[in-house]
Design a protein around this ligand. Sequence first.
Ligand code: FES
Length: 484
Amino acid sequence: VNDVAVDIDVPESRYLSDVLREDLRLTGTKIGCAEAECGICTVLVDGTAVVSCVFPAFKAQGARVETIEGLSNNGRLHALQQAFLDHGAVQCGICTPGLIMTAKGLLDTKSAAGEAVTEDDIRTALKDSYCRCTGYQSVINAILQASGEDVAPYIPETGTPGMAVGQPRPNPNALAKITGDARFTDDYRFPGMLYARTKRAGVPHARILSIDTAAAMRLDGVHSVLTHEDIPGRNAHGVVSVDWPVLCGRKVRYVGDAIAIVAADNDEIAAAALQLIDVRYEELPAVTDAIDALKPEATLVHEERPDGNLLKHIKVRKGDLDRGFASADVIVDQTYRTPTTEHLFLEPECSIAVPAGYDPTIFGGRRDDLAVRGDTAKHDKTTIYVGSQIPYSDRDQVAATLGVAPDAVRVVATLMGGGFGGKEDIAGQIHAALLAEETQRPVKMLYSRQESLMVHPKRHATVIRMRTGATREGKLTALEATLY
Ligand code: FES
């Protein structure tokens, strides 16, 4: 691996990404989907680009494995790394190692064949590599530059020399992102750390009749199983309205609602424990459409809300509609629909909570294991490591559920592999904190891609009715719109 001989026993079921990330601690290789879709885990095996999250590690026996950490030479950047810097092809950076390794495979193959690299070659090589931030053109230009093409990085024509505005500035942590040094939450590991999973509702709307966690508690390697009865503070969170149960006790209101959380020695045991939690439901009709939800006969999602299923109604009025429509030559009346949209940040949600007073030496660690991001997080209070969009809101919501003051909780913002609005509502941070304080150990809560897609809020689907009046010359005279 990166020109160093590695001798390691692996079971047939172990993937190359696990060996690199967990056994060799080469965390520059990232995991986005764990099912060979996104390409951010790409490494080279004997010069061929492979998605390491599904590549059986034993197949690499005797092969030469290259990862992002092996690219620079004695501090000298590889041409691809330099070009990614020059072109600003690094943004959140979670995809960057995979893109660079895929490109290296292409450049090496072309160079061995004595062929030039074309833009078409690059587009073909990257067809299974996702990036959700850059828009790809800067990536393609960077790879062309590294292949020897004269592709000048974009420099705006405006801007005053010596002034910051209008001048290209390097992303301050781009260097760490192109060398594999950049650490996202899942790249951290603390001595004594446990692994957490969440029992999900699995049904869209139901009354909970019973929750039985006894069998899960008895499973070897399980340290804690918590339900709504174990929450010391507020059992609700939410950014717009605080109405989302941290752990449901009475009802579930969507398939991703959380019923119980488990902390165990490893992820496999935590997953097995979820299967042993028995939840009985009385299913209720699901409410799946905003317009139907307003009908008088609609099933109530939150029975206690004074406005029934209506969360908010915002009215905006300006001018004289009747006069506007009366003066129109044409009136267009149409209804439009937009679908629910997933943000698809490439880094699934991950939180690590460290309990107040944590001492790594108890677990065989060193005190300087606490060094994070170059500073020293003291862990004198409950500390959450998370790539968050709104860390102060996270802190307040974690504190409310723990039943402590906000300044008893610290949120350390790690790098975030994309969010796009999808990492504002939180749950994993609170769950990890509850388990960490209960077990008095660091707890990592990492979502699978499937869980991430199921659980986090999306951009809402909309139904938009628009009635627009206009003159024959094309001047708008009136607009009446209703948006659900
Ligand atoms: Fe590519 Fe963010 S920079 S996903």
